[in-house]
Design a protein. Structure first.
Length: 276
């Protein structure tokens, strides 16, 4: 039981550290941090669209190297970046892609026979590699955007592009709500740990977990109203006001020109982008 509490508290603390780390990275002096949030948002969306039209491994490799360089120049911790992006893109995408490796789903030239009639095809392997690279690169750009930009600036940029208020408000309230709920959970488990003497049997452990879940559900209902009321009492009306005003500068224009030229050159690779 004590191990369960310690692991839960540690997990919650790690989540808070990640939230604070995001704000810390956003305050650093990097390439993405220098850009106007609107330009960052447009660039990220554009690159995700372009990457998903990529058809050749050479083109995808160029985009992969570009995303890695962008993460380094934006002063994002490379080890954490590679671990988190690859965990989602390679493991989860790989599991989904397993059936497409076989001739039953993707007919083509045999590469590895499992049985007389079932084998892995060369086309299946090629398609799986392309898909995983697309997933990794797309997640990379999203991850870089989130870490290099403060959450309120992303929401404000979304409102500039006329995203509905209900959409941005839901995202904002959800983040604040999750943060407070994590804090309540952490306090609950720490209180239990501080009163825990000796070893607890499994029966008491199950009772504590069940009561904790029930307590959190009850408190979450009132917390949702409290979060919104606290926001409105401070002047929140669905629009976002930041200390730094959005202003497109010379570096933003250079960034746009550079990326247009880069995409054109990268698309000249054989089979780089298929628009149809």
């Amino acid at each position: 039981m004590s191990n369960f509490i310690e692991k839960t508290v540690l997990s919650i603390q790690n989540t808070f550290e990640d939230m604070f780390l995001s704000d810390t990275i956003a305050d650093k002096k990097g390439v993405m941090q220098t850009l106007d949030p609107r330009i960052k948002l447009i660039t990220t969306i554009a690159f995700i669209i372009i990457v998903n039209f990529g058809k050749s491994i050479s083109f995808m490799a160029v985009m992969l190297v570009y995303s890695l360089l962008l993460a380094i120049l934006s002063r994002i911790p490379l080890k954490m970046y590679l671990f988190r992006v690859s965990t989602i893109s390679i493991i989860f995408s790989g599991i989904v892609l397993i059936p497409s490796l076989f001739n039953i789903v993707k007919p083509g030239e045999p590469l590895l026979f499992l049985t007389r009639n079932i084998y892995i095809t060369r086309d299946g392997i090629y398609s799986a590699i392309i898909f995983i690279m697309r997933s990794f690169i797309s997640l990379s750009f999203v991850y870089i955007l989130i870490l290099s930009t403060k959450w309120v600036e992303i929401l404000k940029a979304l409102r500039v592009f006329r995203f509905p208020k209900i959409f941005t408000a839901t995202l904002d309230i959800a983040l604040r709500y999750i943060t407070l709920l994590l804090e309540i959970s952490s306090n609950m488990f720490l209180a239990r740990k501080s009163r825990n003497i000796g070893k607890s049997n499994s029966s008491n452990g199950r009772k504590f977990v069940a009561s904790s879940v029930g307590n959190l559900l009850i408190r979450s209902e009132s917390l949702s109203n409290d979060v919104y009321n606290a926001m409105t009492s401070r002047g929140y009306i669905g629009e976002y006001i930041t200390i730094n005003k959005f202003k497109i500068g010379p570096f933003d224009y250079l960034w746009i020109i550079f990326n247009i030229a880069f995409v054109i050159l990268a698309s000249l690779l054989k089979g780089g982008i298929h628009w149809i």
